[in-house]
Design a protein around this ligand. Structure first.
Ligand code: SAM
Length: 232
């Protein structure tokens, strides 16, 4: 049965097929520059449960090489660097506005070892097989399906054998009201920051990752998946 949302006597049926990305990558940087001023409010209200769980599951140990792709305003990166002050922490993002916010946040951690730079998930600025943990939150939900393979190949390229990939995505809703955001996306994808629900486990397996766990979290009706996978 298709999930439905009822409001004021009107029932909205969710689309049977998951939609593809409707905001082009060439527009993302400018869009997130605009959203950077309010992103933390959204990020804390709807995503903090899944993001905190991802940090827990990453089991970061001091001294590791950690890469966060699409760091945004640094909500997770701050926690990563705090746990890994003597390791290497590299954060990249497409949006200068989001990165500025991340840099301001990270200033509170004096003496920690990190870099925050403009960069794209399609061409990671790190050597083959050099990373212990790749963290990536709420990126694949704005990437077109046909481009996901390229990003996953990059993740695989930079990870050491047996190393850990932690992914958080907006996903397909599984509980009451969780398809609200699909409706918002259908009407105005930019209001959702270009994000729609996706499910990544199968794609990860196709790329030779071993998916150890997939958890579903819902916060203020917003559905997220948290995935822990290993490079085999
Ligand atoms: C929904 S926000 C999530 C930010 C952060 N990961 C978090 O959980 O708070 C998506 C972020 O992905 C960045 N982004 C989008 N496409 C990207 C790409 N190809 N490479 C790097 N960053 C990208 C955007 O600039 C934005 O900061």
């Amino acid at each position: 049965m298709k999930p439905a949302l009822s409001c004021c006597g009107i029932t909205f049926n969710a689309p049977a097929k998951m939609p593809d990305a409707r905001v082009r990558q060439s527009e993302i940087s400018a869009l997130y520059d605009k959203l950077s001023g309010i992103y933390d409010i959204w990020g804390k209200l709807t995503e903090s449960r899944a993001r905190n769980r991802a940090i827990e599951l990453a089991k970061i140990r001091d001294g590791q090489n950690v890469l966060e792709v699409a760091v945004g305003t640094g909500l997770a990166f701050y926690e990563i660097v705090k746990r890994n002050p003597h390791g290497s922490n590299v954060g990249i993002d497409l949006s200068p506005g989001m990165l500025e916010k991340a840099k301001t946040r990270l200033k509170k951690l004096s003496g920690a070892n990190y870099t925050l730079n403009i960069g794209t998930a399609f061409d990671l600025p790190v050597k083959n097989g050099s990373v212990d943990v790749v963290m990536n939150n709420y990126l694949f939900d704005l990437i077109p399906y046909e481009d996901m393979d390229k990003v996953l190949s990059e993740f695989k390229r930079v990870l050491k054998k047996g190393a850990r990939l932690i992914l958080v995505n907006m996903t397909k809703g599984e509980r009451f009201g969780s398809n609200l955001y699909d409706f918002v996306y259908r009407i105005s994808p930019r209001t959702m920051g270009g994000c729609r629900g996706v499910k990544l486990s199968e794609k990860l397996e196709q790329h030779g990752f071993k998916v150890e766990a997939r958890e579903y979290h819902q916060q203020l009706l917003f559905p997220s998946e948290v995935i822990v996978a290993y490079k085999e």
